[in-house]
Write a protein that binds this ligand. Structure first.
Ligand SMILES: [Zn+2]
Length: 142
């Protein structure tokens, strides 16, 4: 059997307990149950102790949400220009070393940024552009 899950009531570990009784014909009957070391609640049958459909469903949902959060954080991450540049011509947000943020595209063939307010910054002259980030998805307009 897998390791027994903790007590759902108090969170403490549980242990299996067993005792033998004698049936009417003198044969030994083994009785086994789970007992909490914290709150002393007991449970039978032992095989069903780890069956927790609601807890398992919540754990699966939490894992899926954590994966989605990680995916969204990765998509919205500020990427240092020294790490990599965006695909050529793709609009992104850029940030400078003084905290200014603009929308711009980088053109790899001419090695320069073109901002939406009509400015051009060559990579070598304007090293104050420190990071870029993907634009968020536009809202769905109905
Ligand atoms: Zn307990």
């Amino acid at each position: 059997m897998d390791e027994l899950k903790a007590c759902p009531f108090c969170g403490e570990q549980v242990e299996t307990r067993a005792k033998f009784t004698e049936d009417s014909e003198g044969y030994a009957d083994r009785h086994e149950w789970v007992e909490c070391t914290g709150c002393a609640r007991d449970f039978w049958p032992v095989d069903a102790w780890n069956t927790r459909p609601l807890e398992d469903a919540q754990a699966a949902e939490i894992a899926a949400l954590k994966a989605r959060i990680a995916e969204m954080e990765q998509a919205a991450r500020w990427i240092p220009v020294g790490e990599r540049l965006p695909p050529s011509g793709m609009p992104v947000l850029i940030a400078t070393d003084i905290g200014m943020v603009k929308t711009a595209e980088h053109y790899s063939s001419v090695r320069q940024w073109s901002t939406d307010d009509g400015e051009y910054y060559h990579d070598e002259k304007y090293d104050w552009i420190t990071h870029w980030c993907n634009l968020p998805e536009p809202p769905e307009v109905k």
